[in-house]
Design a protein around this ligand. Structure first.
Ligand code: CP
Length: 305
């Protein structure tokens, strides 16, 4: 099987590795006692806010019997605020920990970190770049509900231009499956050309569609937040928000067997009044992050021994 030193982007995975990670995640969920990595240390270096990614990585490591060093709000509370470079921080942290999960505001930061680290780096989100472990847990969640992703219509909604989760998911879907993909986005948040070209090159049918038609046709609706933090011009942000919303009024138009995902956090795009509908599986999706991250940590630490 392909050996991974770092997890930086979705294009690194092959089908065999994906299947191995998903089966290891199943095993972590049912009984992780046989996969303990006592004594190992995970450092979580987060320069951007997070609830799920940081805490699920830390929960994963603790459940595996390891330990955690953490700096949240690293932009303010690490020596970044005194001018330290990312490279120096990584060189130092790799002497304190066996594996590092890094969230950073710059596209390409995880790749830069990997170049100077002798310990595995996991990209936990690099600006508007990628979020590969989120894509793994998204795909794992979809696979747990559908036998064949090839026969599905998957609708991606919201901030497709700056959304790292949808970018990473498209790379996995495009490489290994042939679903029909529908893009629903405000004009200023449309999916970027590189992903569109990648899907076309890989024979994936994609099209832009209006929200109402797309959610009637979709087997999987992947909602995302319009990310205020990615806009320099608040006027443009105001033009992009509050366009698409799932609430009680829209539930009858969603297929009975469909699923609705969201990487979270959400704003107004999914009203909490629909949370009890069995098709809304975003909290199950967030929980799957723990099993997937246990599998990833285990895989990277086994490869680095
Ligand atoms: N899905 C996700 O990345 O959530 P957080 O920003 O809370 O980590």
């Amino acid at each position: 099987m392909k050996k991974l030193n770092h997890i930086i982007e979705s294009q690194q995975f092959d089908k065999e590795l994906l299947e191995y990670i998903f089966s290891l995640a199943d095993s972590m969920k049912s009984d992780h006692s046989q996969h303990q990595i006592k004594g190992k240390i995970l450092a979580t270096l987060f320069y951007e806010p997070s609830t799920r990614t940081r805490l699920s990585f830390e929960s994963a490591m603790l459940q595996l019997g390891g330990n955690v060093l953490s700096t949240e709000s690293a932009k303010e509370f690490s020596s970044f605020s005194k001018g330290e470079s990312l490279e120096d921080t990584i060189k130092v942290t790799s002497g304190y920990a066996d594996i590092i999960a890094l969230r950073h505001f710059d596209i390409g930061a995880a790749k830069r970190a990997a170049l100077v680290s002798d310990k595995p780096i996991i990209n936990a989100g690099d600006g508007a770049g990628q979020h590969p472990t989120q894509a793994l847990l998204d795909l794992y969640t979809i696979q747990n509900h559908f036998k064949s992703i090839n026969d599905m219509t998957i609708c991606l909604v919201g901030d497709l231009r700056y959304g790292r989760t949808v970018r990473s998911l498209c790379y996995l879907l495009g490489r290994f499956y042939k679903p029909r993909i529908l893009f629903v986005a405000p004009k200023i948040c449309e999916m970027a050309e590189d992903i569109r070209q990648f899907l076309t090159k890989n024979g994936v049918h994609w099209e832009k569609m209006d929200f109402e038609t797309a959610i009637e046709e979709a087997d999987c609706i992947y909602m995302t937040r319009i990310q205020k933090e990615r806009f320099l011009d608040m006027g443009r942000y105001s033009q992009a928000i509050n366009k698409f919303k799932i609430d009680n009024s829209i539930l009858p138009t969603i297929k009975p067997g469909a699923i609705v995902l969201h990487p979270l956090p959400r704003e107004s795009e999914i009203h909490p009044e629909v949370d009890d509908d069995p098709r809304m599986i975003y909290f199950e999706q967030a929980q799957n992050g723990v099993w997937i991250r246990m599998a990833i940590i285990h895989l990277l630490l086994s490869s680095s021994n």
